[in-house]
Ligand binder design. Structure first.
Ligand code: LMR
Length: 331
């Protein structure tokens, strides 16, 4: 009897200590060997180290847990604790300010982007997520998007009548319409097949996504338009986060700080490597548009800034323009 009690006590102690480990499921939709995929794994390792095993972060890549359309609601109900959705995913959530990131040609380079994402405007945008039951932790870079199709894309007229897959975003819809294309909203995990079967003619993405999803196998032409930015906000379920012991939360914040430095350091390198991979494959013709061609695209898409200004809010747009120097009226 006594022995049974001792065994039960030991089992309880083991169970309790096992139960003391907090699991964070971190779901994302891109491949493991992308800026986001690598940074998620980096964060998982750091979190384990800094919390001395009190927290285990399980990373689910490539939509293996949730597709992009399902991620946000799953986080809000708490069936997944952490995500890093692209910034386009926050407009449909009702936080319209994030749509400013989707405006075409908003940023010329990463330095302009970082004035927003690493500054007070970005911090205020993350704070807006609280009302949605979400706590924003950081912005992670990916890169600038390029257009691909099975026909060459040089001037705006080349986009006319073509179907382009986009993320669910009113701003991106207008972007495609501004050049006479037909926007098709679709989950990221379905893009390869849609391109392969001709459900859509083309798409836009940073090259790291294009290459790791093997889109170069099913797209004959890639034009390095760099016409818009795609990056991420790392977010957690707020109730879960607030319920963590303060010391653990602090350790995770430190892990996130380090992961963010890492993410933003590798983003450009990963996209450069991916571009080299696409070129090496010989399957897609990579085209560098001339200054005139790129300007023609910029001019055609300037209308998006005018049409969608009210949606995002004038104040947010002014903050962005102040940081980037972009002025659609001057085009
Ligand atoms: C997309 O749907 O194109 C992107 O959101 C994928 C990503 O990088 O998360």
């Amino acid at each position: 009897m006594k022995l049974k009690l001792v065994i039960a006590g030991v089992l309880l102690a083991v169970g309790l200590s096992a139960g003391a480990q907090t699991i964070i499921k971190f779901s994302h939709v891109v491949a493991a060997d992308t800026p986001k995929g690598k940074a998620a794994v980096f964060f998982a390792q750091k979190a384990g180290e800094l919390t001395q095993g009190k927290v285990k972060v399980e990373v689910y890549a490539n939509s293996s847990l949730y597709k992009d359309g399902e991620e946000m609601s799953s986080l809000q109900i708490g069936s997944v604790q952490m995500l890093a959705p692209s910034l386009a995913k926050f407009g449909p959530l009702g936080v319209k300010e994030f749509e400013a990131f989707d405006f075409p040609f908003m940023f010329d380079d990463r330095a302009e982007l970082h004035k927003i994402t690493q500054g007070p405007v970005g911090a205020a945008m993350l704070a807006k997520l609280d009302a949605k039951g979400i706590h924003g932790l950081a912005f992670w870079d990916n890169g600038f998007k390029s257009f691909s199709a099975n026909t060459p894309l040089k001037m705006p007229a080349d986009y006319k009548g073509k179907k382009f897959r986009i993320q669910s975003s009113k701003v991106l819809e207008e972007e495609i319409r501004s050049v006479g294309g037909i926007p098709q909203v679709m989950a990221f995990s379905e893009v390869y097949q849609a391109l392969q079967t001709g459900v859509v003619d083309g798409t836009e993405n940073p090259i790291s996504n294009f290459y790791t999803q093997k889109m170069h196998e099913v797209q004959k032409h890639l034009t390095l338009t760099n016409h818009g930015y795609l990056g991420y906000a790392v977010i957690v379920n707020k109730k879960f986060w607030d319920g963590l012991p303060a010391d653990v939360r602090g350790q995770l914040e430190q892990a996130m700080k380090e992961a963010t430095i890492y993410a933003n350091k590798i983003a450009q390198e990963e996209n450069d490597l991916a571009l080299a991979g696409v070129k090496k494959s010989g399957k897609t013709t990579v085209y560098e548009p001339s200054k005139e061609e790129r300007f023609a695209l910029k001019k055609a898409m300037a209308v998006v800034h005018i049409k969608m200004a009210d949606r995002v809010g004038k104040e947010t747009l002014q903050e962005f323009y102040k940081a980037t120097g972009f002025d659609p009226a001057k085009l």
